[in-house]
Design a protein around this ligand. Structure first.
Ligand code: MG
Length: 164
């Protein structure tokens, strides 16, 4: 088996045209919110960390190396593409998801009510059973950039096991 860790953070700004924020998408699920991530792609901070956790477990180049934020091909792009590529690489190496634990840290919006939807979407992109994935939402107790609603942060740990 192999283990990988993924981390990501994106700034949150008022959604365009009021600011530079993109529509708020988390784990491939659109959530209504007045602020959204600033990013080159769609800014999906959870899919980015999941992608990096899997690539890290495989010992392969990270998301920034595979999909540079200077490449116009990924401008505004659906981050599901990045995760789908990581899943292809995982299968090619002979691994599947053993289990994965994901933590999202932000003050708003609340992740809890959308948890099962987000988990189902990530399982769909990965082609794995949803019961191998766990998602937790936490706040940052109103302190620092995340706590003040100016950023959103994610941590993911992925355990890969050899496919039978
Ligand atoms: Mg990112």
């Amino acid at each position: 088996m192999r283990i990988g860790h993924g981390y990501d953070l994106h700034r949150l700004e008022p959604v365009a045209p009021a600011g530079r924020g993109r529509p708020f998408i988390l784990g491939g699920v659109r959530i209504d919110h007045d602020r959204g991530p600033v990013g080159h792609s769609d800014g999906d901070v959870l899919l980015h960390a999941v992608t990096d956790a899997i690539l890290g477990a495989l010992g392969q180049p990270d998301i920034g190396q595979l999909f540079p934020d200077t490449d116009p091909r990924w401008e505004g792009g659906d981050s599901a593409m990045f995760l789908a590529e990581a899943a292809v690489r995982m299968r090619a190496a002979g691994y599947e998801i053993g289990n994965m634990d994901m933590t999202v840290i932000c003050e708003r919006p609340k992740v809890g009510p959308r948890k099962s939807e987000i988990v189902a979407r990530i399982a769909q992109i990965l082609g794995c059973p949803a019961d191998r994935l766990n998602l937790k939402g936490k706040t940052h107790e109103k302190v620092d950039a995340v706590g003040e609603g100016r950023a959103i942060e994610t941590h993911v740990v992925a355990l890969l096991v050899k496919s039978c």
